[in-house]
Structure formats: structure tokens, C-alpha cells
Write a new protein. Structure first.
Length: 90
């Protein structure tokens, strides 16, 4: 595999991990398991939202209101598709 393609595949893998961490943190916050007023939790939540929200917003706008937010699932599927396409064609 070409080194540049390997770098892109690794970056996509890292971004998928960030999206998953944001989903887990949002679930922990919604069930009041962690407190957003804690400084460390607040900083982590802010950083994850800044990294993930710009990509999730267009997906949320394109999807109908289903009562549950499935945009992270769609994003992870798209990232998985891009990762496999890069590995297959290069």
C-alpha cells in the first residue's frame, strides 16, 4: 500500500474513533453518568464537539427527523466506505 494511502486510511480510522468517543460521551452525559460541569469533562466534550459537529451537521440536515440521531452511524458507514475504497483502489 502506498504510504500516502496508508496515512489517509489511518487518519480515517482515528476520526472514526473520535466520532465513537463523542457518541459515548453524549450518552454518558444524557444519562447523567458524568457531569458536564466538571472541567475535564467539559474540555473533552468541547473538543470532541468541535471535531465532529461540522461533519455531522450536513448529515443531520439531509436526514428526516426520526426521533433518534443516526447521523454518527451514517458518518461511520461513510468513513468505512472511504477507507475500504482507498485500500482497494490504491
Amino acid at each position: 500500500m502506498h504510504p500516502l494511502v496508508y496515512l489517509l486510511v489511518s487518519a480515517i480510522d482515528l476520526y472514526k474513533t473520535i466520532v465513537f468517543a463523542q457518541v459515548v460521551l453524549s450518552l454518558l452525559l444524557s444519562f447523567n453518568i458524568v457531569n458536564l460541569y466538571h472541567p475535564l469533562v467539559s474540555k473533552i466534550s468541547y473538543a470532541l464537539n468541535k471535531l465532529v459537529e461540522p461533519v455531522l451537521r450536513p448529515i443531520r440536515d439531509a436526514l428526516p427527523n426520526l426521533g433518534i440521531d443516526i447521523s454518527p452511524i451514517i458518518l461511520i458507514l461513510l468513513l468505512q466506505f472511504a477507507q475500504h475504497a482507498l485500500a482497494y483502489y490504491f
